[in-house]
Design a protein around this ligand. Structure first.
Ligand SMILES: NC(=O)c1ccc[n+]([C@@H]2O[C@H](COP(=O)([O-])OP(=O)(O)OC[C@H]3O[C@@H](n4cnc5c(N)ncnc54)[C@H](OP(=O)(O)O)[C@@H]3O)[C@@H](O)[C@H]2O)c1
Length: 289
């Protein structure tokens, strides 16, 4: 049987090509692993094509952004796709600009490729969208998006002007949490917005007991000479419109993750994974961490 080839990149609505496998950074820069090791891991990821790096002002209250700033020093900025996020309570007219400028200082860069509203808060969408667009006009961000918004939220966002410029919705998605497959993945694709899957490794399996040890996962891994973590990444990346941002704090994990698209799950393997972790049959509230 012919293997289905997985596309390594995805085109955003404005035509920009981004890697479908990027790097998360939550808890990096907080001293949990040696700083040089974390920096090296991010740089190794970039070397291996994982040039999309996701961070947020929330992560370690700026410590993750700082580490990203250190890791990208000396790299070709044009080849990177840097993402950060604004706290919902900073997503108002003036505060958003201040948050963004602080993120840029910490990341030692002049612009972000993508700036996300981290989750929905009290600031009306219309105000946030206007503030985002102003940052695009100032050249401080190339585009903006949202995170943790479900389909109903997205419909509401679209009613604002110009809500349809939203490039991405970043949501939790892994084999053990498939609620977004019910209607969000398709809805985003139809509206030319990419879905960015966070926690694609279920936080190293911690979000779903038994996930990495599940027989269907283990069997697929064995068949492809892969690891269970690679199967998990491969699983979410089967959907064309999805970008995954696993976080890894060592070169070894980064190197493993970078190879997650080197194989394709067979229909039989997918059937077994579906059996073990059934796709949703009805609307499911968005999972959030
Ligand atoms: N928008 C949001 O609300 C939101 C929420 C959560 C996360 N995020 C973003 O999404 C990123 C990913 O989510 P996450 O960090 O929560 O979870 P994750 O990427 O699903 O899992 C990270 C965990 O998996 C481990 N790991 C990495 N590669 C591995 C491998 N090859 N084999 C075995 N274990 C491996 C890591 O260990 P080591 O660190 O030891 O390598 C870490 O413990 C975040 O870092 C963040 O950028 C966004």
């Amino acid at each position: 049987m012919e293997e289905q080839r997985m596309e390594r990149t995805l085109r955003l609505s404005d035509g920009t090509e981004v890697p479908r496998l990027g790097q998360g950074t939550w808890y990096l820069g907080e001293g949990l692993s040696p700083r040089s090791q974390e920096r090296d891991a991010l740089r190794r990821g970039v070397e291996l094509g994982m040039t999309l790096i996701d961070t947020a002002e929330m992560y370690g209250e700026g410590q993750s952004e700082q580490l990203v700033g250190e890791a990208i020093q000396g790299l070709d900025r044009d080849k990177l796709f840097l993402v950060s996020k604004v706290y919902p309570f900073h997503a108002g007219r003036d505060q958003l600009a201040r948050s963004l400028e602080a993120s840029l200082r910490r990341m030692k860069t002049d612009y972000l490729d993508l700036y996300l509203l981290h989750w929905r808060g009290a600031v009306p969408f219309a105000e946030t969208v206007e503030a985002m667009e102003r940052q695009v006009d100032r050249g401080l961000i190339r585009r903006w998006g949202v995170s943790n918004l479900d389909r109903a939220d997205m419909e509401e966002l679209l009613e604002t002007e110009p809500g349809n410029r939203c490039a991405v919705d970043q949501v939790l998605y892994h084999l053990g949490s498939r609620g977004v497959e019910y209607d969000l993945v398709g809805w985003l694709a139809r509206h030319n917005m990419a879905m960015m899957a966070y926690c694609p490794l279920a936080q190293g399996g911690r979000l779903r007991r038994g996930l990495l040890k599940n027989p269907a996962v283990q069997e697929a891994a064995r068949a492809h000479g892969a690891t269970p973590a690679q199967v998990l990444l491969n699983f979410v990346l089967q959907k064309e419109n999805v970008i995954a941002i696993p976080k890894a704090s060592s070169c070894a994990h980064v190197e493993e993750n970078a190879k997650a698209m080197d194989f394709s799950l067979t229909p039989e393997e997918r059937r077994k994974l579906d059996q073990a972790f059934p796709p949703p049959r009805r609307p499911v509230p968005l999972d959030i961490v």
